[in-house]
Design a protein around this ligand. Structure first.
Ligand code: SF4
Length: 412
């Protein structure tokens, strides 16, 4: 199957704009993250916003919990490279101040701002300024009356009903620049809440597993929730809520969308074999070195690190570029064609150098570059391939030998 032809059927939603970033409709799915600085610390917050944007965040949220934070936002917004969302907790006055400060979006948690007249006051001010609002229903801070109505439990139905009630407040003042989230830290609960919500509204949805925790568990939970929904066509913007450097959140969000083919590749997609008895290098180490070497380079290629030249080039033939180990040498290949041979300790720098060459000159130019070395590279790869097969046999993991051993111990 042509993997490039596979795509998810996306549910239709309305489109809103967060600053100059469209969300919903046929707009690309966006990545969000949140600063962890004090928003009143303008320089520190801006520095983090720039790091988040560089790591793949399209939209960044900052807390607006004090008047000083709102003043900080007034200074941050004009200098930010991405649209800014103000996170409002309990005080609706902070929302009004954030709007005054010029933010591109508000995030309200209706479970925290209880009075309908306050919610409506914020909505009508946002309407005058054409600023969208995210209604952020959260399993952990559900309206107490909803909680009671649903038997003292947070259920998907309770979360959806809470969101619908808030939407109704906004509709009363004729405000429809809304996106909605129904996050929970429980993954199945969150998935079901979003599924149900997507049946009853066409407002764009912001996906997330709240309080997912530190990596790797947090990444796993967030991915399980977000990826499941995206595969069902649900979701217009996403956030990984990790107990980690927020740059990781932006990176993970971006990586997920790239892996799903929902965003154009911006960074290297590093693939590597899992290693086995045939490996001629420490695949984990070389893959980690390659990951570190490519970390800050924006090279939109798939790059492979393979432990042996017997199966490596074939298994990674779809990669743009890759390297396979054999007899203390690295066999470099471009789209499955051997192009060069280098000493083992030059494998990673060679990969990086050729990847940068392909990024700037293209695959055809890389092939042309290899014109004089290609034949020799092919011969060397074949030589090392045969050598590996002779030494390790067809069954490098010795499974037949193991079976023999098991049989003889059973028979004795
Ligand atoms: S056969 Fe070679 S490429 Fe495949 S897992 Fe083993 S070492 Fe890696």
């Amino acid at each position: 199957m042509d993997a490039g032809a596979v795509s998810f059927q996306r549910r239709k939603t309305r489109q809103i704009s967060v600053g100059d970033v469209p969300v919903g409709g046929d707009a690309p799915i966006t990545v969000q993250s949140m600063t962890i600085t004090k928003t009143a610390d303008v320089e520190g917050t801006l520095q983090q916003i720039y790091s988040l944007a560089a790591a793949g965040a399209d939209i960044v949220r900052c807390t607006c919990n004090t008047t000083e934070a709102a003043e900080g936002l007034a200074r941050i917004v004009p200098r930010s490279p991405v649209p800014i969302v103000a996170d409002i907790h309990h005080q609706y006055r902070r929302a009004l101040e954030a709007l005054e400060a010029g933010v591109d979006c508000l995030r309200l948690n209706p479970g925290n701002i209880r009075k309908p007249e306050h919610i409506k006051a914020v909505a009508s001010e946002a309407k005058d300024r054409n600023v969208p609002i995210r209604i952020g229903v959260n399993g952990g801070s559900l309206d107490p009356d909803m909680y009671e109505k649903y038997g003292g439990k947070v259920t998907p139905e309770a979360m959806v009903e809470s969101a619908q009630r808030e939407i109704a407040y906004f509709e009363e003042v004729d405000f429809d620049l809304i996106k909605i989230s129904v996050k929970a830290s429980n993954v199945p609960l969150m998935i079901e809440a979003y599924r149900q919500l997507s049946e009853v509204t066409d407002h764009p949805l912001h996906l997330g597993v709240t309080e997912a925790g530190p990596p790797p568990g947090g990444i796993l939970k967030a991915t399980a929730g977000i990826a499941t929904l995206l595969a069902e066509g649900i979701g217009d913007t996403i956030r990984y809520s990790l107990t980690s450097d927020p740059v990781d959140e932006a990176r993970m969000g971006r990586m997920l969308l790239e892996a799903y083919g929902l965003r154009e590749r911006k960074n290297v997609d590093l693939i590597a074999c899992p290693s086995c008895g045939r490996a001629e290098i420490d695949v984990y180490k070389v893959a980690q070195d390659a990951q570190a070497a490519f970390a800050d380079k924006q090279i939109p290629l798939q790059v492979a690190v393979m432990g042996c030249v017997v199966n490596g080039p074939g298994e990674a033939r779809d990669a743009d570029i890759g390297i396979a180990a054999g007899n203390k040498r690295g066999h470099l290949f471009v789209r499955g064609t051997n192009v060069a041979v280098v000493p083992e300790d030059e494998m990673v720098p060679t990969l990086v150098e050729w990847a940068e060459f392909i990024k700037s000159e293209g695959i055809e130019a890389a092939m042309a570059r290899a014109e004089s070395t290609r034949e020799e590279a092919r011969r060397a790869a074949e030589e090392d391939r045969q050598r590996n097969l002779n030494e390790k046999g067809d069954d490098a993991n010795d499974s037949e030998q193991m079976v023999e051993l098991l049989r003889s111990s059973r028979d004795s």
